[in-house]
Design a protein around this ligand. Structure first.
Ligand code: ATR
Length: 288
């Protein structure tokens, strides 16, 4: 029996998936996926795999040999794992990061589901992302998935980062890939940032500022005024109500927290592993 044939059978040996990272103890994915497997009556087991960078190669070979169905991948392996896989999707290649792996009978395929999760979460919150104007704060790994998603939707994107050179490198890379102009700002350039925000419908925080254990952080300079027409998406989900989202609501603008993206990137991984639609509400409730 192939792995695919066995997915819907109730077997004594569970089908295995898990999350590989270093550390992984803080991850909400086990709760989310375990709840989903239970809800659909699947005999699947989700494990934590704390694996140091120097042990990654052995760990990935173990996954291949021992017929795990797949993995989620988290910090610090999202980029480095690419070299250990047999194939990655074009989207994961452009974003430069894999957060989900599917084991297709010993062939390991890498996906990026973060960008899909982001778009699904936006739509779910009532924001149609097609052909809008967005300002993205940050130029790291999370920003890459978000900028990819927005460009894929035909949005006009401005990237603002503390380290402007990093933003310029990212903009150049994606501008070439999508044949689009991408504006770049330093987070210190308050006048430029205010003007870009006034002209945008969407602002996305892809920096880690505001995240626990520093929940008082705010990625935007205090003098920036948020116009009421703006939708602010904060990728930070811990805490859910960040300083930036408090400020957004105080300004009469619309705020969306980062939990939806987490749920929807997980739902997409679930779909890739099982071939089934994920029980979104069960997954959300498991981590809320
Ligand atoms: P992730 O995978 O979460 O995106 P990352 O790749 O380390 O993590 O990127 C972190 C992002 O948060 C970067 O854009 C970083 O800005 P720099 O490129 O200038 O370092 C941003 N960031 C982190 N701490 C920050 C701070 N105190 N102020 C402003 N930006 C910050």
């Amino acid at each position: 029996m192939s792995i695919d044939d066995s997915i819907h059978d109730v077997e004594t040996i569970p089908i295995r998936v898990g999350i590989i990272g270093y550390p992984v103890g803080h991850s909400l994915s086990p709760k989310m996926h375990t709840a989903a497997f239970r809800a659909l009556g699947l005999n699947w087991e989700y494990s934590l795999l704390p694996v140091a960078p120097e042990e990654m190669q052995d760990a990935i070979e173990m996954i291949r040999r021992e017929v795990w169905r797949g993995l989620n991948v988290t910090v610090p392996h999202k980029q480095a794992v690419i070299l250990l896989l047999d194939f990655i999707t074009p989207q994961a290649e452009i974003i430069g990061a894999v957060n989900s792996i599917v084991n297709q009978n010993g062939r390991l395929v890498g996906y990026n589901t973060d960008w899909i999760g982001f778009l699904e979460a936006l739509r779910e919150a009532g924001f149609d992302p097609a052909n809008r104007r967005a300002v993205v704060l940050g130029a790291g790994g999370a920003a890459r998935a978000v900028v990819y998603a927005l460009l894929e939707q035909g949005e006009t994107v401005t990237i603002a980062n503390r380290n402007q050179r990093k933003a310029e490198a990212l903009a150049l890379e994606f501008a070439t890939q999508f044949d689009r102009e991408i504006a770049v700002l330093s987070l210190d350039d308050s006048a430029g940032l205010q003007s870009a925000i006034n002209n945008a419908e969407l602002l996305v925080n892809c920096t880690s500022v505001g995240m626990s254990p520093y929940p008082n952080g705010d990625p935007l300079p205090p003098e920036i005024v948020l116009p009421p027409h703006l939708t602010v998406y904060d990728l930070v989900y811990n805490p859910r109500e960040t300083q930036l989202l408090k400020r957004t609501r105080a300004a009469g603008a619309t705020g969306i927290d980062g939990l939806g993206m987490l749920v929807h990137q997980g739902a997409e991984a679930f779909r890739l592993w099982t071939g089934l639609d994920a029980p979104i509400e069960v997954m959300r409730q498991a981590i809320e």
